[in-house]
Design a protein around this ligand. Sequence first.
Ligand code: MG
Length: 348
Amino acid sequence: MTKVNFYDSIDDSKLKFAVIIAKHNGKWVFCKHRERSTWEVPGGHREQGEDILETAKRELYEETGAINFEINPICIYSVTAPDNFDGKETFGKLFFAEIHTFEKDLHSEIEKIAIMNELPLNWTYPEIQPRLLEEARQRGFLPKKDEIKWLFFDVGSTLVDESRVYEDRMKKIAELSGITPQQIYENAISLYRRNKKGDLEIAKQLGIELPKWESQYEKLYTDSEDCLKGLSRNYEIGIIANQPLGTSERLENLGVRKYIDLIIASAEEGVSKPDRRIFEIALERSRCRPENAVMIGDRIDNDIVPAKQLGMKTIWIKQGFGSLWTVMDESEKADIEVNNLSDILNYL
Ligand SMILES: [Mg+2]
């Protein structure tokens, strides 16, 4: 049986190997030797008199062709196996490298390198290298696999396309005021760009009552269902939304209620976004810590700012009028910006 142990430090003369977990643009860098069909983390033997960091840099270059990179030590590892150095414990140093550039041609020793999204299935050292990666993860060098547990979605203009409802509202404002719908629309857009609620402001300016929200014109975005279905396999799905009573039924009618584990809607809770309490209720009821949760919404003021203040991760989905928001400072900056729901699958 192969045993892998980890240490914070050890007598330098005992270090015989350097292994380098490497990433490039957020993806893994693995290599494959000519003689093997399996993948491995770059690394190799320390040469006589060589500093172990130099070994790591040399091996990374020789095995991947990396010429521009940052490299940092993670810890010491050891391997004890009956078929390895007569069963003696052997030591190596584990490093993490962020590779910026590779040289054009690979060296003879390496057949090829792969830049992968996922970890390989066929490892050269299946009993050792996955353990090294896990240790690096535990020591905070790699993102934790289980870091994100809950995804909280807004509803309007996030899962549900409201463009026809807004169209209807603008048309009615136009009818009531005698201004063309086109003009109303353009005014609204310029207001939204200045981070104001366009339809509300226009109605106020014209001295007319804001026409009723005709929710029968709401429909799912074409990718909402697939997106929720896919994500619900890996995450708990929640809703945090400013909605009139009956959000659960409406989502049921739209066919997506079954993918959703928790609904926190303003009418039922008696508190609405951007009040942080509605987010706190959601976190409390899901028993999720803010750092394990992501808020996904179209509105910077209602969705991103309060969630970010609480320490949740944030994804700004730039759909509907919310996409016109002008980000003013760091507090309004989402961790990730996407143009539609499908694009969040690239990050989660
Ligand atoms: Mg919304």
